[in-house]
Design a protein around this ligand. Sequence first.
Ligand code: NI
Length: 170
Amino acid sequence: MALREIITVPHPTLRRNARKVTDFGPDLQTLIDDMVETMRVAPGVGLAATQVDVPLQVIVVEFGDEDDETVKPSLYTLVNPEILRPSRETIIGTEGCLSIPNLIGDVERSESITVKALTRRGQPTKIKAHGWLARIFQHEIDHLNGVLFTDRAEQVWQPDTESGQVALAD
Ligand code: NI
């Protein structure tokens, strides 16, 4: 495994539409392993392949139960993910992004979604998510369409590091 460089704005790859994955061979497996390592070291709760300058529809997310910190975080690797049934109910939350250093913002997202995707081995899977996990999936899937949280945020600001306020970075 190896760390990959996380690109930042205004790198043009962040604005590309990622291509669907059709080859589940060793190159994809290496990409996914590298993305997981890169996300953990950053540290972040999610990473899209476009953020490591690879325009393929791959995301990794690692996030625990928001109501119970003793639950070990789950790792999700999703290939060609699609959002199904976004809830009409929305919720506003503060997001950051590893590709947009020193900026956070409030973004309105669906409170719950179902994500249809393929696993890293190409098997179909579906995940129901709500709350922060749903938010992270929506943020990462946006990356695959060249959309950044700053496009959706009603306002953005620099985090007040002195107060220790930290947003989840993905
Ligand atoms: Ni991001």
